[in-house]
Design a protein around this ligand. Structure first.
Ligand SMILES: [Mg+2]
Length: 149
C-alpha cells in the first residue's frame, strides 16, 4: 500500500467553527463523521496532518483526542525535505476554503465556503413559505381571471 499524506484543515472541516474566532482554545462542535472519516483514512495507510492556522496547544490536542480524531501530526510533517518551504508536502489538502484548481481561475469568483452556502440555503428555506404563498396567489389570480373569460 502506497503511503499517502493528507493535510486536513481544522476550522470548518474537523469542527464546525460555529463560535467563530474566540481564541486559540475555543472550539465548536465536531463535524459529523470527522472521527470515522479520519479513522478510515488511517486504516487505509494515510498519514494525517492537521494543518491549521491555530497553534498546536494542549487544549487542541485534548479536543482532538476527546472527539476521536485520528491524526499523526499537527502543523508539521517530520518527513518534510530540508530544502522545502513551510508549505507541507501532501498528496491532498482538505480545506473548507480551498478550491480544486482545474485550470480555470474563474472558479474563484463564485467560491463560497460550505458554511456560508448552508446559511444562504437556510435563509432561502425560511422564506420558502412566503414564496409558495406568492406563487399560489398568482396562480389563483390567473385561475380566477380564466374563470371569468
Ligand atoms: Mg477552515
Amino acid at each position: 500500500m502506497e503511503q499517502k499524506t493528507i493535510c486536513i484543515d481544522f476550522d470548518g472541516v474537523i469542527h464546525d467553527y460555529s463560535k467563530g474566532w474566540q481564541g486559540e482554545d475555543v472550539f465548536g462542535q465536531i463535524i459529523p463523521n470527522a472521527d470515522t472519516g479520519t479513522a478510515t483514512l488511517k486504516k487505509n495507510g494515510w498519514t494525517i496532518i492537521i494543518f491549521t492556522t491555530r497553534k498546536k496547544t494542549e487544549k487542541l490536542e485534548k479536543w482532538l483526542e476527546e472527539n476521536n480524531i485520528s491524526y499523526d501530526h499537527i502543523n508539521e510533517n517530520p518527513n518534510q525535505p530540508e530544502h522545502a518551504s513551510g508549505k507541507i508536502i501532501a498528496d491532498v489538502y482538505l480545506d473548507d476554503r480551498g478550491i480544486c484548481f482545474r485550470g480555470l481561475m474563474r472558479d474563484i469568483i463564485e467560491f463560497e465556503p460550505w458554511q456560508e452556502q448552508q446559511k444562504r440555503e437556510i435563509e432561502q428555506l425560511a422564506t420558502y413559505g412566503q414564496t409558495e404563498d406568492d406563487i399560489w396567489s398568482r396562480g389563483n389570480e390567473k385561475r380566477i381571471k380564466q374563470a371569468h373569460v
